[in-house]
Design a protein around this ligand. Structure first.
Ligand SMILES: [Fe+2]
Length: 389
């Protein structure tokens, strides 16, 4: 969780009247909303609205967004190229599911239109990795600018609109059933990111401007809980917050601010870890870095069997030294129980290389992943044999 933050106007003591005049219906106060996680037991924020946040005029079914899992007849490696996915939809409706299990679904999104209505994921956190594009995430917590290679971490139940600066945005969305945290080992007993952790509080950016909206007009909001979609028509615009404080809010962390840890010989993937979802998966950032310095170091990863996890790499930028044939926006899935390793020729090719410019996002899940119907259509069936080339 990010650190405590406060923005705008809040009363000196929580749960007391935050006075204003005349106020909604002349009641003379702003309206408190507690946004808390794990019941009332973990991180929370408290926001103050111009009007009660419960003013719903209509509730309508809005369809569903099923994620179709494909059962495989064999266990094998996969290479899924998504760079040429046709652009369609908006930053929410344009999402195409690629890989999924009960803990996480990975979506690609290449929108070609602005977001049509406000959106809120009621049951999952979202990490929106900005592969291309810039803009602002507008929420009840304020405006949060984003740029290429930002992880935009959006707590569940945050109402938002993604306003892109252009139509060329390209997103990877990691939808997580569990809460998103930093690795516990990065935190000292005081809750601060340790010296030596690959990033610190200074690298995390919360909303900067509140831009409170006072607008009494019907405002639709699309709410997703699992595959079900519901449209709430609110009586006023929900971004009417005049102030808030707490530890639950959207924030960004840029992958280029990840400080890589290197060694004289190859370091294992956990040194790249960035986020974790307890019991479900971890997210790692393979950032540009110096390669191993031992004179006999083998500078690409050793072959390995991830016996208890499925390993997904999403290739973002640069040349990935251990892999041939992958390109920007490729996914590889190296599943549980079978080995994978550097492609033939890459050990020798990297012998005198001192630096890698690769940028990739890895998602290691603890339970098996399924390809979706859309991913199967992009899957390279010859990839499992590519180590024979
Ligand atoms: Fe691997």
């Amino acid at each position: 969780m990010p650190r405590y933050l406060t923005l705008g106007s809040i009363p000196r003591k929580r749960h007391t009247a935050h006075r204003t005049a005349p106020g909604y219906r002349n009641e003379g106060i702003y309206y408190e909303e507690v946004i808390s996680t794990q019941g009332f037991s973990r991180a929370y924020s408290i926001a103050y609205h111009l009007r009660p946040p419960t003013r719903v005029k209509r509730i309508e079914p809005a369809g569903s967004c099923p994620v179709e899992r494909i059962e495989q007849s064999v266990l094998r490696h996969h290479h899924i190229k998504t760079g040429n996915l046709p652009r369609s939809g908006d930053p929410v409706t344009g999402r195409v599911p690629v890989l999924t299990n009960n803990d996480v679904t990975l979506w690609r999104c290449r929108p070609n239109q602005p977001q049509g209505e406000l959106y809120r994921n009621a049951i999952a956190e979202e990490i929106i990795f900005v592969h291309k594009g810039s803009g602002k995430l507008l929420t009840q917590f304020g405006s949060l600018p984003f740029k290429p290679f930002d992880y935009v971490v959006v707590p569940r139940c945050t109402s938002y609109r993604i306003d892109c600066d252009s139509v060329s945005a390209d997103l990877l969305v990691i939808e997580s059933s569990g809460g998103i945290d930093f690795p516990r080992r990065y935190l000292n007993p005081d809750g601060q990111l340790k010296l030596g952790a690959p990033f610190c509080e200074r690298d995390l950016h919360g909303p900067a401007d509140l831009n409170s909206i006072e607008r009494e007009c019907e405002t639709p909001i699309l709410i997703k809980d699992g595959t079900r979609l519901t449209r709430y028509i609110l009586a006023h615009h929900p971004f009417d917050v005049v102030g808030w404080d707490g530890c639950v809010y959207p924030f960004t962390f840029n992958a280029d601010d990840f400080e890589p840890i290197t060694g004289t010989v190859h370091q294992p993937p956990p040194i790249h870890q960035t986020f974790e979802s307890a019991g479900g998966f971890v997210v790692c950032t393979f950032a540009p870095r110096m390669l191993d310095t031992h004179p006999d170091a083998i500078k690409v990863p050793y072959a390995h069997s991830n016996v208890e996890s499925d390993e997904v790499l999403y290739y973002v930028r640069g040349k990935f030294g251990s892999r041939r044939g992958v390109e920007e926006s490729s996914f590889t899935l190296h599943p549980h129980g079978i080995p994978h390793g550097p492609h033939p020729g890459t050990i020798l090719a990297s012998k005198d290389v001192k630096w890698t410019d690769e940028l990739a996002v890895m998602i290691d899940t603890f339970r098996p992943l399924f390809l979706t119907k859309q991913a199967m259509e992009l899957d390279d069936g010859n990839y499992p044999y590519s180590w024979m080339e």
